[in-house]
Design a protein around this ligand. Structure first.
Ligand code: SAM
Length: 234
């Protein structure tokens, strides 16, 4: 399931620079029977299979380096993963992630083997692996020296409490679609102001709830009002 995802791109560069380590462990290596069975039928009946507790407990005990390292089960029932959580978890020396499959994991894992559950969104995946990939990618971006220009992480969506501003590159004129003039003005203050306004407008249109606790300038308040009225008229 993980294929090449951690041996390409930014995460691979981070691994080569030794600022991030990613290790994938197969639960079957922590079984003791000859069939290497990791799942079984649910007690009480019903459809599907459930991941057994023994291999998960053994795997966690083997790979967790410190008692305080977080052990996170990826689960649709977990705390919703977001920018804040990713930034916070990037401070950890080690994070153990558990990927579920089928109906999920034996409840004793949830009660006694993990420190928390994280969901990447309100939908159900067939397994925890895509969620783990999302998690590793998003958390790694906050580790120092992973993203070339750390400034760009601070500029990205959510860092400032808003979505990112729009970007343009060459050509200046593409099929008559022109790049806004202000970006060629050389006036950094003006460009900064334009970017902030565009970021604000986009956030107000698409994710207005992000602006709820933000201190707004008079101009931003009137943009917000305008967008609010535009919506009402629609
Ligand atoms: N029976 C579970 C439920 O309804 O809550 C769903 C199990 S799901 C089919 C199989 C596995 O995929 C889960 O154990 C979990 O590891 C992973 N998974 C599914 N949706 C996820 C999500 N939104 N975020 C993180 N992991 C998810």
């Amino acid at each position: 399931m993980f294929g090449n995802v951690f041996s390409k791109g930014v995460i691979n560069k981070a691994r080569e620079k030794r600022v991030v380590e990613v290790h994938v462990h197969d639960l079957r290596d922590y079984t003791k029977d000859k069939h290497k069975q990791v799942d079984d039928r649910p007690f009480g009946g019903g459809e599907g299979m459930v991941l057994k507790p023994e291999p998960i407990f053994s795997a966690v005990e083997a790979v967790r380096k410190k008692k305080k390292s977080p052990v996170i089960l990826l689960s649709p029932q977990g705390e919703r993963f977001d920018h804040r959580l990713a930034e916070q978890l990037a401070e950890e020396e080690q994070i153990v992630l558990i990927c579920g499959r089928y109906e999920g994991v034996d409840e004793r894992v949830v009660q006694h083997s993990i420190t928390g559950e994280i969901s990447i969104g309100d939908y159900v995946l067939t397994g925890g692996e895509p969620a783990a990939i999302v998690f590793v990618d998003a958390v790694s971006r906050f580790v120092t020296h992973v993203v070339g220009k750390e400034e760009s992480v601070r500029q990205d969506s959510f860092s400032s409490g808003m979505l990112d501003f729009p970007y343009y590159t060459r050509p200046r004129d593409f099929r008559g679609l022109k790049v806004p003039e202000v970006l060629f003005s050389g006036d950094h203050a003006k460009i900064e102001q334009w970017r902030r306004q565009k970021a604000f407008e986009k956030t107000a249109r698409i994710r207005p709830e992000l602006l709820m606790n933000k201190k707004l300038s008079q101009k931003e308040k009137s943009i917000l009002k305008e967008i609010h009225w535009e919506r009402k008229e629609r």
